[in-house]
Design a protein around this ligand. Structure first.
Ligand SMILES: [Fe+2]
Ligand SMILES: [Fe+2]
Length: 284
């Protein structure tokens, strides 16, 4: 049941995640993937219109300067998870998972496959950056597939035609293949469209191994980790680390629909896990 008005905004953040999961449904052919627009509801289409038009090079630099210095105070990881959980939509509570449930489902799926504790923890924290919404950021600056700004847009990005409305598309120095970057300079030097990935990477980077940092920072960078785009900006280390980004992705995409996590039963495990890697409070 959808409450969306034609061309209305996405009502819930999850609509983007659901759209991504539909696009990459297991076993879907490349041709079916190309028809993804048919799967997008008007809210999702409108979302990408705004995202592609407004994520300019300048915008990204400005948001990074505003958030990545972590000047919004100290809070524990669990407090932030509970804060994020207040982002509950008004639609059917029986079918939609809360934010904490999505984090726990992702983490539990990783845990069941016997992966290391830092990997499970990466699953638990991967979407905490969505608290940007609670700071007042619009959805198009929080979620959505990410892509480099300051260089040519890849045709592998969803709805590439919407970039025509981005002012950067008229700036020649931003539209050559490598744009403002050196070939194979490494993704750390490349500015991606701003969103929850970049923010949670900065919040957690001091406490998690490199593999986890890549998972968090690039989990929405579908043009690269699903489609192999932008290899001309990646270095050998990125290529190696993207194996971990790809290892993480199915847990994010396909853990939905598994049984609802029993919060009371698994809470002690997650409290211990958080305490093992993070101090009581960290900078946000
Ligand atoms: Fe995410
Ligand atoms: Fe997620």
């Amino acid at each position: 049941m959808s409450h969306l008005a034609a061309n209305g905004p996405m009502q819930q953040l999850e609509e983007w995640d659901d759209f991504v999961a539909t696009r990459y449904r297991q076993g879907k052919s490349e041709e079916e993937f190309r028809n993804y627009e048919a799967d997008a509801n008007p809210g999702v289409t409108q979302f990408y219109r705004q995202n592609h038009a407004n994520q300019t090079f300048e915008f990204v630099l400005q948001k990074k300067a505003g958030y990545c210095g972590l000047t919004r105070g100290k809070k524990s990881v669990w407090e932030m998870a509970e804060y994020l959980n207040t982002l509950v939509d008004e639609s059917d509570p029986d079918t939609d998972l809360t934010q904490i449930e999505h984090l726990l489902q992702t983490a539990e799926a990783i845990r069941k496959d016997g992966h290391p504790r830092w990997f499970i923890l990466a699953g638990f924290v991967h979407d905490l950056g969505k608290i940007l919404c609670l700071y007042g950021e619009p959805q198009w600056a929080v979620v959505g597939d990410t892509f480099p700004v300051g260089c040519a847009y890849s045709g592998e990005i969803v709805f590439p035609e919407f970039f025509g409305a981005n002012p950067d598309s008229k700036v020649p120095k931003y539209q050559s293949k490598c744009g403002v970057y050196e070939p194979n300079c490494g993704l750390d030097k490349v500015h991606l469209s701003f969103g929850h990935d970049e923010y949670i990477y900065h919040v957690t980077r001091r406490y998690l191994p490199d593999e986890a940092q890549y998972m968090l920072r690039y989990h929405s960078f579908y043009p690269a980790h699903k489609h192999g785009a932008y290899r001309h900006l990646m270095n050998a280390h990125d290529e190696h680390m993207f194996e971990w980004v790809r290892k993480f992705n199915p847990y994010d995409l396909y853990s939905k629909g598994r049984e609802r996590p029993n919060l009371q039963a698994i809470l002690p495990f997650y409290k211990d896990l958080i305490a093992e890697f993070f101090p009581e409070q960290i900078d946000w």
